[in-house]
Design a protein around this ligand. Sequence first.
Ligand code: DAH
Length: 360
Amino acid sequence: MTDLDTLRSTYLARVADASDANALEDVRLAALGKKGEISLKMRELGQMSPEQRQTTGAALNRLRDEIDAALRGKKVALEDAALDARLRGEWLDVTLPGRPRPAGTIHPVSQVTEEVTAIFADMGFAVAEGPQVESDWFNFDALNIPPEHPARQEHDTFFMARAEGDLRPPHVLRTHTSPVQIRAMQDQGAPIRVIAPGRVYRMDMDQTHTPMFHQVEGLAIGQDISMANLKWTLEEFCRAFFEVDEVELRFRASHFPFTEPSAEVDIRCSWEGGTLKIGQGDSWLEILGSGMVHPKVLAAAGVDPAKWQGFAFGMGIDRIAMLKYGIPDLRAFFESDLRWLRHYGFAAGDVPSVAGGLSR
Ligand code: DAH
């Protein structure tokens, strides 16, 4: 066996034995690297006679090419093997059943409350809260509804039982969220910008009334807040809430004891083909009551009406939920019928935001 035959069998065996890319690179350097055995042999050609150089040179070239081809072949084989191993490791059983979504859904009232809160938060309104069992002073007197005022009768109030011998006026289940205006101003003073979503109660029950329902109150007090700010705020809200580019609001003169002037606000809509479209058409839909906060209300809450003024509004959450999501019957909101909840409910975990989308 010649020298070259020994080199060939040694290196081909080492190539075959290399178990990974690093080992293979070591073999390449030992044979074909600058100081590799074959390279050194090539350098010896210079000292040979011309005839010897010709035969040995050709043999060395063949050997170099052969080992080079073996190295390349092995490299591809190692890469294939690595890919195979990876594919086997990352194998996925696509026939496995999917993981079920959480079974519960978010009630439309909760969803809409979150949506309203997100929109007003974007405009700088914080959330204020008050108790559902309220004193009649907060629910009525402080809001400029004195004891014999006819508005008291219109509110179909639920009265709490009084302890025997207690001659104070009974507490009530709050008939609107407006008392939270008083509480928020008492707590925070002015300037102030809050909304107050929550439950309210009235003794009433038919297709459009339930004894408990939801309102959201809005209040903005500053030194130069006007009806124009109210109009802009409500238009901005409606555009965002109903997710339409244009809305048109109509302010109708009205009367509330706690605002002066007062306005009921309608939104332009159409009922064509039995479906409601907000923002276009020839119909108007009443959506809320509003006005400039009455000086007596500011004074009752400890805010100086000579220095401060602002607007307030009150809106039915259930009502705007019905309008936005095409829900026909208010009573179904509170019947806890699972089929209804699954149909009208929202996916848990979808948090409404103005930037990220209110409803999806
Ligand atoms: N509290 C009124 C109601 O329940 C709604 C309302 C009207 C609230 C005008 C306001 C307002 O703040 O300014 O019918």
